[in-house]
Design a protein around this ligand. Structure first.
Ligand code: UFG
Length: 329
């Protein structure tokens, strides 16, 4: 296996790269460092490059004898995607189409693709299985769904073999504490709550407490980043075994409200967090809970972090020791 990881300096990418490298796999990270961090790359091979730079991509594929790609490089903020759709369609759709062109030209036909629970929109039922209708409520989810559809067509016409992984809410950090979550701007609930614990923010805003849920706040399915990383490795192995293209959800199957997450963080940190009720955020579905039975059944995926406090503990260790993240942005 010679694996190219685009976006391997980002949050989920860097955790996957570290795990692949530890397993002794040949990994090359390809990242333009616009969002990613050089210090997050825990493998020897790094190419600073953009997915629009066809020549550099082709050089990387040839130079490292690449035979599969894990494609993380994308913009992934729901709110931002509503304000800047052009940026999201350009990067996530056109950029990925360009990557696919270069892959096919060089006969690289195995791809693990980062998709998202945002493809479902307001789900017709929970827990969400892969087959329910997809009506994304935000541009980010739309861009990922467009690419899933394109890959399905490429799979049929050009022999591309892909596995799309629909992540629910990625969170936590590697237990060794050397890599973690560092977005700028940060918009995700758990890092914002922990930054509030560190006194870096005045308070945490709860976006809406009038949803039809047990305490009125949104319910999400929080999944540890290393459990996600493991799923990518299983997906790669499945492709090398010659399995067909497929799509899988990745979540814990448990839902937590925003208020429950804040309470769990208070227990883990021992710090009382100041909360404010704020208006709903555009594009937020009320409840997103995954059924991950399909990937458990077909690829033997077995998430190890099932306790939300244990998950938050790993994130807390990272944030406490890296209050400014990687310190490069
Ligand atoms: N939230 C707050 N206050 C904040 C930040 C978030 O109340 O300051 C709430 C949100 O409204 C939401 C929940 O906390 O109800 C989780 O929000 P995040 O921003 O952490 O995550 P999202 O659920 O919006 O999105 C994440 C990923 C997406 C992915 C989605 C799938 O960022 O890429 O999970 O479930 F599509």
């Amino acid at each position: 296996m010679n694996i190219l990881v685009t976006g391997g300096a980002g949050y989920i990418g860097s955790h996957t790269v570290k795990m692949l490298n530890k397993m002794g796999k040949n990994v090359v990270v390809y990242d333009n460092l616009v969002k990613g961090h050089r210090a997050a790359v825990k493998c020897p091979n790094f190419v600073e490059g953009d997915i629009f730079d066809s020549e550099k991509l082709e050089w990387t594929i040839k130079n490292y004898n690449i035979d599969s790609v894990v494609h993380f490089a994308a913009y992934s903020l729901v709110g931002e995607s509503m304000e800047k759709p052009q940026m999201y369609y350009y990067n996530n759709v056109q950029g990925t189409l360009n990557l696919l062109d270069v892959m096919l030209k060089n006969n690289v036909k195995k791809l693990v693709f980062s998709s998202t629970a945002a493809v479902y929109g307001e789900p017709e039922r929970v827990p969400i299985t892969e087959d329910i209708s997809k009506n994304p409520t935000n541009v980010y989810g739309k861009t990922k769904l467009i690419m899933e559809n394109a890959m399905e067509d490429y799979s049929r016409s050009y022999g591309l073999k892909y596995i799309a992984l629909r992540y629910f809410n990625a969170c936590g950090a590697d237990v060794e504490g050397d890599i973690g979550e560092d977005h700028s701007p940060e918009t995700h609930l758990i890092p914002l709550v922990l930054q509030t614990c560190l006194g870096k923010r005045e308070s945490i805003k709860i976006f809406g407490d009038d949803y039809n849920t047990k305490d009125g706040t949104c319910v999400r399915d929080y999944i540890h980043v290393n459990d996600l990383a493991e799923a990518h490795i299983l997906a790669l192995e499945a492709l090398y075994e010659g399995r067909d293209s497929n799509v899988y959800n990745l979540g814990n199957g448990n839902g937590f409200t925003v208020k429950e997450i804040i309470e769990a963080a208070e227990e883990v940190t021992g710090i009382n967090i100041k909360k404010e009720i704020a208006p709903r955020r555009a594009g937020d579905p009320a409840v997103l809970i995954a059924s991950s039975d399909k990937i458990k059944r077909e690829l033997n995926w077995n998430p190890k972090f099932t306790d939300i406090k244990k998950i938050i503990e790993t994130a807390w260790r990272w944030h406490k020791n890296h209050p400014n993240g990687y310190g490069d942005k």
